[in-house]
Write a protein that binds this ligand. Sequence first.
Ligand code: KIV
Length: 286
Amino acid sequence: MSSEQMKPVSVKTFKQMKENNEKITMLTAYDYSTAKYVDECGIDSVLIGDSLGMTVLGYDNTINVTVDDMEIFTRAVSRGVKRALVIADLPFLSFNVSKEQTTINAGRLIRAGAKAVKLEGASSFILDEVSHLTNSGINVVGHIGFTPQYINTIGGYYVQGKSYENTLKLLQDAKRLEENGVFAIVLEMVPTETAKYISENISIPTIGIGAGKYCDGQVLVIDDILGKYCGNIPKFVKRYANIKEIMTDAISKYCEEVKSSDFPSDEHSFSLPKEEREKLEYNFIK
Ligand code: KIV
Protein backbone atom coordinates (compact mmCIF):
# COMPACT_ATOMS: atom_id res chain seq x y z
CA MET A 1 0.00 0.00 0.00
CA SER A 2 1.27 3.52 -0.81
CA SER A 3 1.60 6.02 2.06
CA GLU A 4 -1.47 7.86 0.70
CA GLN A 5 -3.45 4.61 0.96
CA MET A 6 -2.11 4.07 4.51
CA LYS A 7 -3.34 7.47 5.76
CA PRO A 8 -6.31 7.00 8.12
CA VAL A 9 -9.63 7.64 6.37
CA SER A 10 -11.55 10.54 7.88
CA VAL A 11 -14.80 12.37 7.30
CA LYS A 12 -12.74 14.77 5.16
CA THR A 13 -11.52 11.86 3.02
CA PHE A 14 -15.15 10.87 2.33
CA LYS A 15 -15.86 14.40 1.11
CA GLN A 16 -12.77 14.44 -1.12
CA MET A 17 -13.66 11.04 -2.55
CA LYS A 18 -17.09 12.29 -3.59
CA GLU A 19 -15.52 15.40 -5.14
CA ASN A 20 -12.98 13.24 -7.01
CA ASN A 21 -15.62 10.76 -8.17
CA GLU A 22 -13.81 7.99 -6.31
CA LYS A 23 -16.04 5.18 -5.04
CA ILE A 24 -16.13 4.56 -1.28
CA THR A 25 -15.90 0.95 -0.09
CA MET A 26 -17.57 -0.11 3.16
CA LEU A 27 -18.24 -3.50 4.76
CA THR A 28 -19.56 -4.52 8.13
CA ALA A 29 -17.34 -6.33 10.64
CA TYR A 30 -18.15 -7.46 14.14
CA ASP A 31 -14.96 -9.05 15.51
CA TYR A 32 -11.26 -8.22 15.83
CA SER A 33 -9.75 -10.63 13.27
CA THR A 34 -12.31 -9.91 10.54
CA ALA A 35 -11.90 -6.18 11.10
CA LYS A 36 -8.13 -6.57 10.75
CA TYR A 37 -8.42 -8.51 7.46
CA VAL A 38 -10.96 -6.08 6.04
CA ASP A 39 -8.75 -3.13 6.97
CA GLU A 40 -5.63 -4.79 5.55
CA CYS A 41 -7.47 -5.23 2.22
CA GLY A 42 -7.67 -1.44 2.02
CA ILE A 43 -11.38 -0.93 2.66
CA ASP A 44 -12.31 2.73 3.23
CA SER A 45 -14.78 2.20 6.06
CA VAL A 46 -15.84 -0.52 8.50
CA LEU A 47 -19.36 -0.48 9.87
CA ILE A 48 -20.29 -2.22 13.10
CA GLY A 49 -23.84 -2.66 11.87
CA ASP A 50 -26.70 -3.60 14.15
CA SER A 51 -27.13 -6.41 11.58
CA LEU A 52 -24.97 -8.20 14.15
CA GLY A 53 -28.32 -8.86 15.82
CA MET A 54 -28.92 -11.44 13.08
CA THR A 55 -25.42 -12.47 11.98
CA VAL A 56 -23.83 -12.81 15.42
CA LEU A 57 -26.62 -12.94 18.00
CA GLY A 58 -29.17 -14.98 16.05
CA TYR A 59 -32.19 -12.64 16.36
CA ASP A 60 -34.75 -12.36 13.54
CA ASN A 61 -34.14 -8.61 13.14
CA THR A 62 -32.24 -5.69 14.66
CA ILE A 63 -34.87 -4.62 17.20
CA ASN A 64 -33.31 -6.45 20.17
CA VAL A 65 -29.79 -5.09 19.77
CA THR A 66 -28.72 -2.89 22.69
CA VAL A 67 -26.05 -0.24 23.21
CA ASP A 68 -24.28 -2.74 25.50
CA ASP A 69 -24.07 -5.18 22.56
CA MET A 70 -22.87 -2.48 20.17
CA GLU A 71 -20.24 -1.28 22.63
CA ILE A 72 -18.59 -4.71 22.95
CA PHE A 73 -18.38 -5.29 19.18
CA THR A 74 -17.26 -1.70 18.54
CA ARG A 75 -14.36 -2.19 20.95
CA ALA A 76 -13.33 -5.44 19.23
CA VAL A 77 -13.52 -4.02 15.70
CA SER A 78 -11.76 -0.78 16.60
CA ARG A 79 -8.80 -2.73 17.97
CA GLY A 80 -8.41 -4.43 14.59
CA VAL A 81 -8.66 -1.35 12.35
CA LYS A 82 -5.73 0.98 11.68
CA ARG A 83 -6.77 2.86 8.53
CA ALA A 84 -10.47 2.59 7.71
CA LEU A 85 -13.10 4.93 9.13
CA VAL A 86 -14.93 3.01 11.87
CA ILE A 87 -18.67 3.71 12.10
CA ALA A 88 -21.01 2.16 14.69
CA ASP A 89 -24.80 1.85 14.46
CA LEU A 90 -26.95 3.44 17.13
CA PRO A 91 -29.42 0.59 17.79
CA PHE A 92 -33.22 0.75 18.03
CA LEU A 93 -34.41 3.36 20.56
CA SER A 94 -30.90 4.27 21.68
CA PHE A 95 -31.82 7.50 19.85
CA ASN A 96 -35.30 8.84 19.02
CA VAL A 97 -36.15 9.15 22.74
CA SER A 98 -34.36 12.29 23.92
CA LYS A 99 -31.36 14.32 22.81
CA GLU A 100 -29.66 13.61 26.13
CA GLN A 101 -30.05 9.82 25.78
CA THR A 102 -28.87 9.94 22.17
CA THR A 103 -25.75 11.90 23.08
CA ILE A 104 -24.89 9.61 26.00
CA ASN A 105 -25.36 6.49 23.84
CA ALA A 106 -23.44 7.89 20.87
CA GLY A 107 -20.69 8.93 23.30
CA ARG A 108 -20.39 5.33 24.53
CA LEU A 109 -19.80 4.08 20.97
CA ILE A 110 -17.29 6.85 20.24
CA ARG A 111 -15.42 6.07 23.48
CA ALA A 112 -15.44 2.39 22.41
CA GLY A 113 -13.45 3.40 19.32
CA ALA A 114 -15.92 4.44 16.60
CA LYS A 115 -15.14 7.65 14.72
CA ALA A 116 -18.80 8.15 13.78
CA VAL A 117 -22.28 6.80 14.52
CA LYS A 118 -25.05 5.93 12.08
CA LEU A 119 -28.74 6.34 12.77
CA GLU A 120 -31.85 5.41 10.79
CA GLY A 121 -34.61 7.83 9.80
CA ALA A 122 -35.10 11.52 9.09
CA SER A 123 -38.05 12.70 11.20
CA SER A 124 -37.80 16.27 12.52
CA PHE A 125 -37.06 14.80 15.97
CA ILE A 126 -34.12 12.83 14.53
CA LEU A 127 -32.86 15.84 12.55
CA ASP A 128 -32.68 17.76 15.85
CA GLU A 129 -30.73 14.92 17.41
CA VAL A 130 -28.33 14.82 14.46
CA SER A 131 -27.65 18.51 14.81
CA HIS A 132 -27.12 18.15 18.58
CA LEU A 133 -24.67 15.26 18.02
CA THR A 134 -22.64 17.07 15.37
CA ASN A 135 -22.52 20.17 17.59
CA SER A 136 -21.21 17.90 20.37
CA GLY A 137 -18.30 16.74 18.21
CA ILE A 138 -19.81 13.43 17.08
CA ASN A 139 -19.74 12.55 13.36
CA VAL A 140 -23.04 11.19 12.09
CA VAL A 141 -24.06 9.06 9.09
CA GLY A 142 -27.73 9.04 8.06
CA HIS A 143 -29.64 6.00 6.80
CA ILE A 144 -32.81 6.28 4.69
CA GLY A 145 -34.78 4.21 2.18
CA PHE A 146 -35.44 0.85 3.77
CA THR A 147 -34.63 1.28 7.46
CA PRO A 148 -34.53 -2.12 9.21
CA GLN A 149 -35.22 -0.71 12.69
CA TYR A 150 -38.70 0.33 11.45
CA ILE A 151 -39.51 -3.19 10.19
CA ASN A 152 -42.68 -3.39 12.31
CA THR A 153 -44.09 -0.14 10.94
CA ILE A 154 -42.93 -0.77 7.36
CA GLY A 155 -44.41 -4.28 7.59
CA GLY A 156 -41.80 -6.16 5.55
CA TYR A 157 -38.64 -5.96 3.48
CA TYR A 158 -39.92 -3.64 0.73
CA VAL A 159 -38.02 -1.49 -1.74
CA GLN A 160 -38.58 2.20 -0.90
CA GLY A 161 -38.80 5.30 -3.12
CA LYS A 162 -40.57 3.47 -5.92
CA SER A 163 -42.60 6.42 -7.19
CA TYR A 164 -41.85 9.99 -8.28
CA GLU A 165 -43.42 11.37 -5.07
CA ASN A 166 -41.50 8.96 -2.83
CA THR A 167 -38.26 9.79 -4.63
CA LEU A 168 -38.84 13.49 -3.96
CA LYS A 169 -39.59 12.72 -0.31
CA LEU A 170 -36.35 10.72 0.01
CA LEU A 171 -34.39 13.55 -1.60
CA GLN A 172 -35.97 15.99 0.85
CA ASP A 173 -34.96 13.71 3.76
CA ALA A 174 -31.42 13.43 2.39
CA LYS A 175 -31.14 17.22 2.04
CA ARG A 176 -32.43 17.81 5.56
CA LEU A 177 -29.99 15.26 6.98
CA GLU A 178 -27.17 17.03 5.12
CA GLU A 179 -28.31 20.45 6.41
CA ASN A 180 -28.32 19.09 9.96
CA GLY A 181 -24.74 17.85 9.70
CA VAL A 182 -24.51 14.20 8.56
CA PHE A 183 -21.38 13.60 6.48
CA ALA A 184 -22.72 10.60 4.50
CA ILE A 185 -26.04 8.83 3.94
CA VAL A 186 -26.71 5.12 3.56
CA LEU A 187 -29.42 4.50 0.95
CA GLU A 188 -30.92 1.05 1.44
CA MET A 189 -33.15 -0.81 -1.04
CA VAL A 190 -34.16 1.99 -3.37
CA PRO A 191 -34.33 1.85 -7.18
CA THR A 192 -31.13 2.67 -9.07
CA GLU A 193 -32.68 5.81 -10.63
CA THR A 194 -33.89 7.10 -7.25
CA ALA A 195 -30.44 6.62 -5.72
CA LYS A 196 -28.78 8.30 -8.73
CA TYR A 197 -31.08 11.31 -8.44
CA ILE A 198 -30.39 11.67 -4.71
CA SER A 199 -26.62 11.17 -5.13
CA GLU A 200 -26.46 13.88 -7.79
CA ASN A 201 -28.46 16.35 -5.74
CA ILE A 202 -26.64 16.36 -2.42
CA SER A 203 -23.00 17.24 -1.78
CA ILE A 204 -22.23 14.50 0.77
CA PRO A 205 -21.55 10.89 -0.30
CA THR A 206 -24.32 8.31 -0.57
CA ILE A 207 -23.43 4.74 0.36
CA GLY A 208 -25.74 2.27 -1.33
CA ILE A 209 -26.95 -1.14 -0.24
CA GLY A 210 -29.38 -2.48 -2.79
CA ALA A 211 -29.44 0.99 -4.35
CA GLY A 212 -27.66 0.44 -7.66
CA LYS A 213 -24.38 1.55 -9.13
CA TYR A 214 -24.68 5.34 -9.06
CA CYS A 215 -24.20 5.77 -5.32
CA ASP A 216 -20.90 7.31 -4.23
CA GLY A 217 -20.02 4.14 -2.34
CA GLN A 218 -21.29 0.67 -1.51
CA VAL A 219 -21.78 -1.26 1.72
CA LEU A 220 -22.70 -4.90 2.32
CA VAL A 221 -22.85 -7.23 5.30
CA ILE A 222 -19.61 -9.23 5.43
CA ASP A 223 -21.29 -12.50 6.41
CA ASP A 224 -23.46 -12.21 3.28
CA ILE A 225 -20.62 -11.64 0.80
CA LEU A 226 -18.55 -14.42 2.36
CA GLY A 227 -21.42 -16.92 2.35
CA LYS A 228 -21.30 -17.35 6.12
CA TYR A 229 -24.78 -16.21 7.20
CA CYS A 230 -27.31 -19.05 7.43
CA GLY A 231 -30.49 -16.92 7.09
CA ASN A 232 -32.13 -15.35 4.03
CA ILE A 233 -29.90 -13.42 1.66
CA PRO A 234 -31.44 -10.39 -0.12
CA LYS A 235 -31.36 -10.04 -3.95
CA PHE A 236 -28.84 -7.18 -3.80
CA VAL A 237 -26.11 -9.31 -2.19
CA LYS A 238 -23.34 -10.75 -4.33
CA ARG A 239 -21.65 -13.74 -2.74
CA TYR A 240 -17.87 -13.72 -3.24
CA ALA A 241 -17.03 -16.88 -1.24
CA ASN A 242 -18.61 -19.89 0.41
CA ILE A 243 -17.21 -19.76 3.93
CA LYS A 244 -20.03 -21.95 5.25
CA GLU A 245 -18.78 -24.82 3.07
CA ILE A 246 -15.16 -24.25 4.13
CA MET A 247 -16.21 -24.13 7.80
CA THR A 248 -18.46 -27.19 7.74
CA ASP A 249 -15.85 -29.25 5.79
CA ALA A 250 -13.18 -28.37 8.35
CA ILE A 251 -15.45 -29.01 11.35
CA SER A 252 -16.58 -32.41 10.00
CA LYS A 253 -12.96 -33.42 9.31
CA TYR A 254 -11.97 -32.43 12.85
CA CYS A 255 -14.80 -34.51 14.34
CA GLU A 256 -13.82 -37.53 12.20
CA GLU A 257 -10.15 -37.27 13.22
CA VAL A 258 -10.95 -36.99 16.93
CA LYS A 259 -13.22 -40.05 16.70
CA SER A 260 -10.55 -42.02 14.85
CA SER A 261 -7.72 -40.77 17.15
CA ASP A 262 -5.89 -39.32 14.13
CA PHE A 263 -5.98 -36.00 15.97
CA PRO A 264 -3.96 -34.99 17.88
CA SER A 265 -0.85 -36.54 16.34
CA ASP A 266 2.68 -36.03 17.74
CA GLU A 267 2.91 -32.87 15.65
CA HIS A 268 0.23 -31.24 17.78
CA SER A 269 1.29 -32.68 21.16
CA PHE A 270 4.00 -32.04 23.76
CA SER A 271 6.50 -34.73 24.89
CA LEU A 272 8.41 -35.28 28.08
CA PRO A 273 12.22 -35.18 27.83
CA LYS A 274 13.63 -38.72 27.29
CA GLU A 275 14.98 -39.02 30.88
CA GLU A 276 11.69 -38.05 32.47
CA ARG A 277 9.77 -40.36 30.18
CA GLU A 278 12.00 -43.27 31.14
CA LYS A 279 11.51 -42.60 34.85
CA LEU A 280 7.77 -42.47 34.33
CA GLU A 281 7.77 -45.67 32.28
CA TYR A 282 9.93 -47.47 34.84
CA ASN A 283 7.86 -46.43 37.86
CA PHE A 284 4.30 -46.35 36.60
CA ILE A 285 3.70 -47.58 33.16
CA LYS A 286 3.20 -51.31 32.92
O1 KIV B 1 -26.70 -2.95 10.15
C1 KIV B 1 -26.11 -2.94 9.05
O2 KIV B 1 -25.31 -3.81 8.77
C2 KIV B 1 -26.44 -1.84 8.14
C3 KIV B 1 -26.21 -1.95 6.67
C4 KIV B 1 -26.23 -0.63 6.01
C5 KIV B 1 -25.16 -2.79 6.15
O3 KIV B 1 -26.94 -0.87 8.59
